[in-house]
Design a protein around this ligand. Structure first.
Ligand SMILES: [Zn+2]
Length: 268
C-alpha cells in the first residue's frame, strides 16, 4: 500500500507568522525541524496502518524545507521546484494521500496565514465553489482515484476539510485566534495525535472516497488587483471575466492545476 504525504508549513504546531516559514526568521531552522518531525509522525502512523511505501512531498514554498537527515529513513522525499502542480508526484499508483501542516483558504476569519497559493489571488472557484489548497489537493488526488484520508493544521483547516472531505480524519495542531496568533498544542502532543490520527484514518481506507468534481471544470480566479488579468489572458485558455477576474474551462483537474500553476509563475 503506497501512501503520499504532502507537507506544508503554515499549519505546523507553533507556527504563527509568515517569517517563521521562510529564511527571514532567525528561528526558521527550528520550525523546519518541527515540520520534519510532524511529517515523521504521519509516516509512522501510515506504516503502523499497513503502508508499504511512503513518499513525502515538501509542498511549502520552493519545496526545500524538510530536513532530509531528520526524515524517517523509510520514506522517500520529493523536494524542490518547479513542479507542474503543488503535489505533482501524486498519481494513480497511490492508495491514499495525507495533508500535513495545511492551512485554510484565503478569506477565512481567524485562520493562521490564510491564503490560496499566493497573495495575488483573492478567490479561486471550481464550478462556482470557493476552494483553498486543501480542496484543490483533494480534487487533484481525486482525479487519480486517490482519497485524502487525513489532514492536520489549525482548527479552521479542520472545519474546511470537514466540509470538503467529511470522511477524512483530522488533527488540530493549534486553535487560531487571528491570522498570526493561536493557542498552540505542544509540538510533542501534536505529533502524538498526528501519529494516532494518521494510523486510524488509513485503517478506514475502505470507507474513504476520492473527492471528485464534475467535468468539464470551470475555473474562476479573482485576483487582488487588475494587472494580473492582462497577463493571464495572454494564455489562450483564459478569458477576462471581470476587472480582476479570469475564467477558463478544463477537461480535468490535472490540466486545470497545471495551467493554474504556470499562470501563478507568469503573472506579477
Ligand atoms: Zn505553505
Amino acid at each position: 500500500m503506497k501512501v503520499f504525504i504532502s507537507v506544508d508549513m503554515e499549519g505546523i504546531s507553533g507556527v504563527v507568522s509568515g517569517d517563521e516559514c521562510s529564511g527571514a526568521d532567525k528561528d526558521y531552522g527550528m520550525w523546519r525541524k518541527t515540520m520534519t518531525l510532524e511529517a515523521n509522525a504521519a509516516i509512522e502512523g501510515a506504516f503502523e496502518a499497513g503502508a508499504t511505501e511512503v513518499v513525502v512531498n515538501d509542498s511549502h514554498g520552493g519545496g526545500r524545507n524538510l530536513l532530509p537527515e531528520e526524515l524517517d529513513p523509510r520514506a522517500v522525499l520529493s523536494r524542490g521546484q518547479p513542479l507542474p502542480a503543488m503535489i505533482a508526484p501524486l498519481d494513480a499508483t497511490y492508495a491514499a494521500g495525507m495533508l500535513i501542516g495545511y492551512h485554510a483558504k484565503r478569506g477565512t476569519a481567524c485562520a493562521i496565514l490564510d491564503h490560496t497559493y499566493s497573495g495575488k489571488y483573492h478567490r479561486i472557484l471550481i464550478n462556482g465553489r470557493e476552494f483553498g489548497e486543501m480542496g484543490l489537493a483533494a480534487a487533484y488526488a481525486g482525479h487519480f482515484g486517490v482519497p485524502i484520508v487525513f489532514v492536520s493544521g489549525d482548527d479552521k483547516l479542520q472545519a474546511e476539510a470537514r466540509d470538503f472531505i467529511p470522511h477524512a480524519g483530522s488533527v488540530v495542531t493549534k486553535h487560531a485566534t487571528g491570522q498570526t496568533n493561536a493557542r498552540c498544542l505542544s509540538p510533542q502532543k501534536a505529533r502524538d495525535l498526528i501519529r494516532a490520527g494518521a494510523r486510524e484514518a488509513l485503517s478506514r481506507l475502505a470507507e474513504m472516497k476520492p473527492f471528485l468534481v464534475e467535468k468539464p471544470i470551470t475555473l474562476d480566479v479573482e485576483f487582488a488587483t487588475t494587472s494580473p488579468v492582462d497577463q493571464a489572458v495572454c494564455l489562450p485558455v483564459f478569458e477576462r471575466a471581470g476587472a480582476r477576474a479570469i475564467r477558463g474551462v478544463f477537461p480535468n483537474m490535472v490540466e486545470l492545476v497545471r495551467l493554474a500553476t504556470l499562470m501563478t509563475r507568469l503573472v506579477g
